[in-house]
Design a protein around this ligand. Sequence first.
Ligand SMILES: Nc1ncnc2c1ncn2[C@@H]1O[C@H](COP(=O)(O)OP(=O)(O)OP(=O)(O)O)[C@@H](O)[C@H]1O
Ligand SMILES: O=P(O)(O)OC[C@H]1O[C@H](OP(=O)(O)OP(=O)(O)O)[C@H](O)[C@@H]1O
Length: 334
Amino acid sequence: MVSIQALLFQTHPSFFSIPSLPSYISLKPNNTVTCYASPGITDRTEIRLGLPSKGRMASETLELLKDCQLSVRQVNPRQYVAEIPQLSNLEVWFQRPKDIVRKLLTGDLDLGIVGLDTLSEYGQGNEDLILVHDALEYGDCHLSIAIPKYGIFENINSLSELTQMPQWTKDKPLRVATGFTYLGPKFVKEKGLEHVTFSTADGALEAAPAMGIADAILDLVSSGTTLRENNLKEIEGGIVLESQAVLVASKKSLIQREGVLDTTHEILERLEAHLRAVGQFTVTANMRGSSAEEVAERILSQPSLSGLQASVQKESLNNFLPSLSRTYTDHISL
Ligand SMILES: Nc1ncnc2c1ncn2[C@@H]1O[C@H](COP(=O)(O)OP(=O)(O)OP(=O)(O)O)[C@@H](O)[C@H]1O
Ligand SMILES: O=P(O)(O)OC[C@H]1O[C@H](OP(=O)(O)OP(=O)(O)O)[C@H](O)[C@@H]1O
């Protein structure tokens, strides 16, 4: 039996307010977590953080960490291992986003930064994945169903209209092309939709309807340009997931690997300080002369605060909001 001081429990209690905690964790009233070592954690002593090696997320992830005074020092850009001098005993490993999630699950990484879409698709609801920060404020996109603007779909504008079209039967279901073969069928099941089938491809999905391979697609959208250029449209009720970059941890590592809790705490504090500063600047930049109430209202309506609970002490707002505190109360286990 191992007893560890739950540093994060003091500042971020919801770290441990995970629905259906596994039986080996018990919360104590004195802010300690008692846990029983379970098999599955490897012997290595260093802490591993996985970052996207290439693609859309790579450079912005490094920029964010740099802004948090956590610059990643890479000896050689072709090397996949690096360090962050401010975090002792931490190795950075550059990996494809989906591999970061897979390696968190196998215990080969302890922490990672990926898009929520990738985490949800490849994490598949695994309870070992803990969403440490759910809004790093880059990599914004949404996973959405899109259909052609033309032909039989011309007057179809919502998911219910789409699924109620008489064309779809048991023998001839609505064909959806997607790279999200876990989230797609899950969404359809949750919505209780019938006569839908999925096929998969690795990219350029927007071509599938025009090629006659699929009737609809389920893919990531950010600017919407690719859909427009391919004569496709989104539909009401067709968004499966809103995504942005997130920090994720392995629960096993947090609990069992020495130093992971402290390192996570350190990274989280720096991220929060940076994002709060950026948020305050953005919110207040155009609001000089506004009342405290107006500023508070604007802050609380910021999309970046969605999923988090903000508490604002209004009397302090006139001093450029030093007391705005974003507290985590609803961390979820995917
Ligand atoms: N318009 C967009 N299209 C795709 N991904 C986007 C978009 N905007 C933001 N993203 C984010 O970037 C991530 C894609 O990053 P990247 O291109 O490195 O991965 P990938 O192409 O899915 O990886 P792989 O090539 O291994 O399949 C997505 O998971 C998503 O979180
Ligand atoms: O809404 P937009 O800004 O146009 O972005 C959406 C497109 O970007 C992604 O593709 P990517 O460019 O990664 O190429 P891929 O199709 O090969 O995955 C995604 O799969 C969409 O096709």
